[in-house]
Design a protein around this ligand. Structure first.
Ligand code: GDP
Length: 368
């Protein structure tokens, strides 16, 4: 017990005299504390709703995180932002490497901003680590767009499965919309499975192609062509102009052979030059026509609702089959009663225990 000091002692802090604050928090180790301090859900939400891009970026990092405590905060944040989301047009852009996606997105993004929009660019590319950051990985891409205060560019999450990256991207869309971005562009490379994931997020699908690159469909799978609401033949400039026009006609003919889109929309083919910012107005016009039609016939809402429900049921199926496999694993079966005892005895947190068990399970699976 400490001895009570006499009230008139000079060692007592006088009432009404406040302790001065530490000028340099580093002196008391406070800087470290300050750095580690994470914003609360309310702080995140408030800043995002004000359009704070730094906090938006931090929030996306949060939702990409696999740490259990971040997941809880992330989930709460998404719930807070959901009522403020949805008021954008979500545009998927795909095309093979070299088709001109980043040049196009930069030019189109700037054009959209000039038309009064706020543009967010996200990416789905779970392969980017392998392909040395082919997509949005390299910071020199889209320099002038990224510097614009009405733009927000976020590289693809590079770790995790396609499902994980797609989920983070979908949640990033919600956060960007809450931050006031009304045109969301989601970029992906048109060679993998990621287009199907993008199709589950976007309202409008734009396929960027180039003329005369050998194979008529340039390795773009028929399925991707079928999903396209708009095909843009890029690099329609200089010597390439005629070839691009020819390709436009060819694609127009090819698209006629595809089954009609459920939206009631007839796919269009346009030419453009991302490098010289040509044809961008027509592209925006087509997107506007599509949105008008889809809003009028109810497809816009129906499609978004269908996307959400599909995600719900996919997630349940994955969770269910994962937990079946987990609980039927013989080694895990042995570990569970031991873990339960530890938890009952108050020796381990249930969250931590669950994490350890899951890690153990994945180790077993990997080692098979
Ligand atoms: P990505 O891999 O699809 O993102 O393609 P990039 O945007 O990096 O473009 C690949 C190359 O094509 C670059 O050298 C660009 O300068 C060039 N490029 C892109 N768009 C155009 C265009 O409209 N016209 C011409 N002539 N070149 C272009």
């Amino acid at each position: 017990m400490t001895k009570k000091k006499p009230e008139n002692s000079a060692l007592n802090v006088q009432k009404g005299i406040e302790q001065p604050s530490q000028v340099n928090p580093a002196l008391s180790g406070g800087l470290e504390k300050f750095r580690k301090q994470k914003p609360s859900v309310e702080e995140y939400a408030e800043s995002i709703l004000k359009g704070d891009r730094t906090m938006l970026s931090r929030a996306i990092t949060l939702i990409e995180s696999v740490r259990p405590e971040d997941k809880t905060t992330g989930r709460e944040l998404i719930n807070k932002c959901l009522p403020h989301s949805g008021k954008s047009v979500r545009i998927g852009i795909t095309g093979i490497p070299g088709a001109g996606k980043s040049t196009f997105i930069e030019a189109f993004g700037i054009y959209l901003i000039e038309q009064g929009h706020k543009v967010a660019v996200l990416a789905i590319d779970p392969t980017s680590q392998r392909s040395k950051g082919s997509i949005l990985g390299d910071k020199t891409r889209m320099e002038s767009l990224s510097a614009h205060p009405h733009a927000f560019i976020r590289p693809s999450a590079t770790s995790g499965t396609l499902g994980g990256v797609a989920r983070a991207t979908r949640e990033a869309v919600i956060l960007c919309e809450a931050a006031g971005f009304d045109m969301i562009i989601i970029e992906t490379v048109g060679v993998g499975q990621s287009e199907t994931a993008v199709a589950q997020i976007v309202d409008f699908f734009l396929l960027l192609m180039i003329a005369g690159a050998g194979d008529e469909l340039q390795g773009i799978k028929r399925g991707i062509m079928e999903m396209a609401d708009l095909v843009v033949i890029n690099k329609a400039d200089g010597d390439n102009l005629k070839k691009a026009e020819l390709a436009r006609k060819e694609y127009e003919n090819a698209l006629h052979l595809f089954p009609p889109l459920p939206s009631g929309w007839t796919s269009k083919v346009l030419t453009a030059s991302a490098l010289y910012a040509k044809g961008l107005d027509e592209i925006l016009e087509v997107i506007r026509q599509y949105v008008d039609l889809a809003r009028q016939n109810g497809w816009f809402e129906k499609n978004r609702q269908g996307q959400s429900l599909k995600i719900l049921h996919d997630a349940i199926t994955i969770a269910q089959s994962l937990s079946d496999s987990f609980y039927h694993n013989p080694e895990i079966k042995k570990l569970i009663p031991k873990t339960e005892k530890q938890i009952i005895a108050g020796k381990q947190s249930p969250y931590e225990a669950a994490q350890i068990l899951l890690e153990k399970y994945f180790e077993i699976i990997k080692g098979r």
